[in-house]
Design a binder for this molecule. Structure first.
Ligand code: COA
Ligand code: AMP
Length: 630
């Protein structure tokens, strides 16, 4: 058996032994009673009875073992023209200090805290400080509008919200405070405190008794020590798009998460402690949680917090400059970033200015890696380009070329094989296993490995309904695809109403909820279409209420603004067609899949349940006017 097969088989046949060995990479106050508690399926619990502290494992233990003077975080910020380096010792001081300040503000073990910050080191300090005192953080991506933040405030019920005064997004400066104030106004739950980190680029007014300055509250605070928490206690909640306007609050535990991410650094990414590891994403996404903050820090690497874009800050050579300047070994980003670079600099001229000799591997994820981008990146960089597939729910890769175990030859279009721990199967809708090459539902046999979602925050029922009910005994990924004869997995895309725009996960259902509230809209459908740069983008079809005679262009502009205001600019909602009717089944279900196929120019089967087939011809004509299929 190959090294991969030996590892993979052991992880599936004897997960207890496999993960107990991996858990040796983590420091525990107390060892677990059971590696995986199977007593209450589908709720599996890893390392029950174990006690640890996530912040201790990410920070303090490295100082104690002699890495205190090693740089832990490089903040590289082309938008402010600054580069700041923070050693593990300095990070420990800052985190302990801020953790003490949080305590002094009344935040304790088990309390929830929302963090709404851009790509600055204080975002990491805030997350780690929560982990240090056993508080549960929920980071919200800065590109979400006030309404989305309000939804998360109401659901997470944070005792405090930690924000920066603002962000620099490309060439724009955004003030966060007014947005956060609006969100708190909209939410029923009111946090006790709003802790504001003031940045030079924009000053936030302290407008009520809830507001306090970060700098003020750390002045007199006593540094806080790491508190032991149960392995099964929540570390964070991360809201991710589902099929409706109510996002899913993925709950991550402490123990399984630390074990899995620490294991992944060596076995998937093949880095060593001390190496510089760069995930060019955002702390608001799961990639940011796992591979800007926790993974690299657990493993004693140097991580980069990059406050910039792949292009325009200042040019398409930005990534090569960062790799060169900081001696980056591994870069992890989304294919969109590479498509953006390729569009600006197709011949890779900028690369000639930099020395990338130390660069080892490029990892891509977040959306399908199209073969063109794969070939362009590998030809240009001349290092392995590794596609890997995962989800917010899993926190780490389900399918990947595990560079630290064995490197498989790449088949463009496939992220290769299941990672140890993930028993991936392809099932038809009735739950029968499909033959190689046959496309179906990609599912994972339970139990999922450590690090994956323990449940949905305050919603066990939705957890079971969303992931565990369709195929009993399996986790439903909601991605469709197939496995080939060699065991390579091909992920063909979501089979629900979730779309990926520039590597950002968004819900067309949520956009529909916004569009349908427009006074002139009788009914609507929003679905994803292909986009050359961003992978996917949304398009909306609306039916106007009887008697509406306003200028249609005006209505479309209002819809764009409504989606920007309520979900955020990252939804990239720009296109609407006014149609006479929407295609539906006889029971009234809108045929989004069929419209998606028409827009993509793909063959589709006429749904047998369709109410009136003529509507499809009308829709085809309407989509043609918008330029689909492109
Ligand atoms: N805060 C506030 N607004 C944000 C934001 C943030 N953190 N991130 C994006 N936005 C805004 C943008 O300014 C833009 O606003 P606009 O419509 O007013 O211009 C809008 O949201 C859309 O942003 P985006 O889709 O990112 O488009 P872009 O044209 O600004 O940039 C890319 C295009 C390809 C350069 C950019 O999408 C990118 O870097 N993608 C990589 C994706 C990535 O790292 N994903 C992480 C998952 S691994
Ligand atoms: P997120 O939860 O934001 O990480 O988005 C998860 C979704 O992104 C998955 O369900 C997939 O649809 C898609 N995705 C992520 N990585 C890949 C990949 N390597 N190949 C294809 N799709 C991917």
């Amino acid at each position: 058996m190959s090294t991969y097969e030996t590892n993979f088989r052991k992880s599936i046949d004897d997960p207890e032994e496999f993960w107990a060995e991996a858990a040796e990479g983590i420091d525990w106050y107390q060892k677990w009673d059971s590696v995986v508690d199977r007593s209450n399926p589908p709720f599996y619990r890893w390392f029950r009875g174990g006690e640890l502290n996530t912040c201790y494992n990410a920070v303090d233990r490295h100082v104690e073992s002699g890495r205190g003077d090693q740089v832990a975080i490089i903040h590289d910020s082309p938008v402010t023209g600054t580069i700041t380096k923070i050693t593990y010792r300095e990070l420990q001081e800052r985190v302990a200090g801020f953790a003490g300040a949080l305590r002094a503000q009344g935040i304790n073990k088990g309390d929830t805290v929302i963090i709404y910050m851009p790509m600055i080191p204080e975002a990491a300090v805030a997350m780690l400080a929560c982990a240090r005192i056993g508080a549960v953080h929920s980071v919200v991506f800065g590109g979400f509008a006030a309404h989305e933040l309000a939804i998360r405030i109401d659901h997470a019920q944070p005792k405090a919200i930690i924000i920066a005064s603002g962000a620099i997004e490309g060439k724009k400066t955004l003030a966060y405070k007014p947005l956060v104030d609006t969100a708190i106004e909209q939410s029923d739950h009111k946090p006790d405190k709003c802790i504001i980190f003031q940045r030079d680029c924009v000053t936030a007014e302290l407008s009520n008794s809830r507001d306090v300055n970060w700098e003020d509250i750390i002045q007199d605070a006593q540094p806080a020590d790491c508190v032991p928490v149960q392995a099964t206690d929540p570390l964070y909640i991360l809201y991710t798009s589902g099929t409706t306007g109510m996002p899913k609050g993925v709950m991550r535990d402490n123990g399984g998460h630390a074990v899995a991410l620490n294991w992944s650094m060596k076995n998937i990414y093949k880095v060593k402690p001390g190496d510089v590891y760069w995930a060019a994403s955002d702390v608001g996404w799961v990639v940011g949680h796992s591979y800007i903050i926790y993974g690299p820090l657990f493993y004693g690497c140097t991580t980069i917090i990059y406050e910039g874009k792949p292009i325009g800050t200042p040019d398409a050579g930005a990534f090569w400059r960062v790799i060169n300047q900081h001696n980056v070994k591994v870069l992890f980003t989304a294919p969109t970033a590479f498509r953006a670079i390729k569009k600006e600099d197709p011949k890779g001229e900028f690369l000639k200015k930099y020395n990338l000799d130390g660069f080892q591997t490029l990892f891509l994820a977040g959306e399908r890696l199209d073969p063109d981008t794969y070939h362009w990146a590998s030809d240009l960089l001349k290092v392995p380009v590794i596609d890997h597939w995962w989800q917010t729910e899993t926190a780490w890769a389900i399918v990947a070329n595990p560079m630290g175990i064995e490197q498989f030859s790449v088949k463009a279009g496939s992220p290769t094989k299941p990672v140890p721990g993930y028993d991936v199967r392809i099932l038809d809708d009735a739950g029968n296993e499909l033959e190689p090459g046959q496309e179906g539902n990609i599912v994972i046999k339970l139990p999922l490995p450590p690090g994956t979602l323990a449940t949905l925050w305050r919603n066990d029922e939705r957890f079971v309904k969303s992931y565990m009910e369709a195929f009993p005994g399996y986790y439903e990924t909601s991605d469709g695809g197939y496995m080939d004869e060699d065991g390579y997995i091909y992920v063909m895309g979501r089979i629900d109403d979730v779309i990926n725009i520039a590597g950002h996960r968004l819900s067309t259902g949520a956009m529909e909820e916004v569009v349908s509230t427009h006074q002139d809209v009788a009914e609507c459908a929003v679905f994803g279409t292909d986009d050359e740069l961003k992978g996917q983008k949304p398009v909306g079809l609306i039916v106007l209420k009887a008697g509406v005679s306003r200028d249609e262009e005006e209505i479309k502009t209002e819809l764009v603004q409504m989606v920007r205001n309520q979900i955020g600019p990252i939804a990239c909602y720009r296109e609407t067609a006014v149609v006479k009717r929407l295609p539906k089944t006889r029971s009234g279900k809108i045929l989004r899949g069929t419209m998606r196929a028409i827009a993509a120019g793909k063959e589709y089967r006429m749904p047998s349940t369709i109410d009136d087939p003529v509507i499809l011809d009308e829709i085809t004509e309407d989509l043609k006017k918008l330029g689909y299929p492109g």
